[in-house]
Design a protein around this ligand. Structure first.
Ligand SMILES: CC(C)(COP(=O)(O)OP(=O)(O)OC[C@H]1O[C@@H](n2cnc3c(N)ncnc32)[C@H](O)[C@@H]1OP(=O)(O)O)[C@@H](O)C(=O)NCCC(=O)NCCS
Length: 170
């Protein structure tokens, strides 16, 4: 009988995590986004991690959580300010095991604790289904230039009060 996947553990970002998170970022883009973006677009997107130090500084400047399986980082997510998900990336080897769900749920709680009443994300085309499943609603279609390439994404929003547990007063 197949064993259920172990639940990921979550911990805060540490300065030494920059390179491993840069590698997860690149692998997730290369292996999980090919149905929606061309090779040149993927390369331009992934180039944000070329400078690992700058990439680490960006994550350190936000509220970044790391998901681990057997103590190894397999995904990460970051909250910019109190109400915007900046990044959410899961290593392809750990995809489909609830890693992004655990990260997103934690960010939603932290955003609520920071006083946010709703949360936004500029969702990539491949992540739109994931966010829709979590109750995010598409608000606006965007085209952004990244390293000379145009990439489409969709601003999505979730009302955090909708996700309060039954009986809990907001
Ligand atoms: C999108 C991404 C973060 C999802 O990570 P994941 O850990 O595989 O997601 P989960 O296992 O937590 O999935 C939770 C649910 O969403 C569904 N889901 C996941 N990806 C989905 C997708 N692309 N479309 C539709 N549903 C999706 C899963 O089937 C699962 O449903 P279930 O609960 O009924 O089984 C991952 O595919 C990724 O890193 N993509 C590339 C980077 C990217 O685009 N990041 C987003 C930037 S905004």
């Amino acid at each position: 009988m197949p064993q259920p996947s172990p639940k990921p553990a979550l911990r805060p970002f540490l300065a030494a995590d920059g390179p491993v998170l840069a590698a997860i970022f690149v692998a997730a883009i290369e292996e999980l986004t090919g149905d929606d973006y061309g090779e040149a677009q993927q390369e331009a997107w992934a180039s944000a991690a070329d400078d690992e130090e700058a990439f680490g500084r960006r994550l350190a400047g936000e509220l970044t959580l790391i998901a681990t399986l057997q103590n190894s980082p397999v995904g990460f997510a970051s909250l910019k300010g109190k109400d915007h998900i900046d990044m959410l990336y899961v290593h392809p080897d750990a995809a489909g095991q609830g890693v992004a769900s655990a990260l997103c749920e934690a960010l939603e709680k932290l955003a609520g604790a920071r006083g946010a009443t709703s949360l936004t994300v500029d969702a990539s085309d491949n992540a739109q289904g994931f966010f829709a499943k979590r109750g995010y609603v598409a608000r606006q279609r965007n085209s952004v230039t990244v390293n000379g390439e145009w990439l489409a994404n969709t601003t999505m929003q979730k009302n955090l009060k909708d996700s309060a547990a039954p009986g809990v007063q907001p």
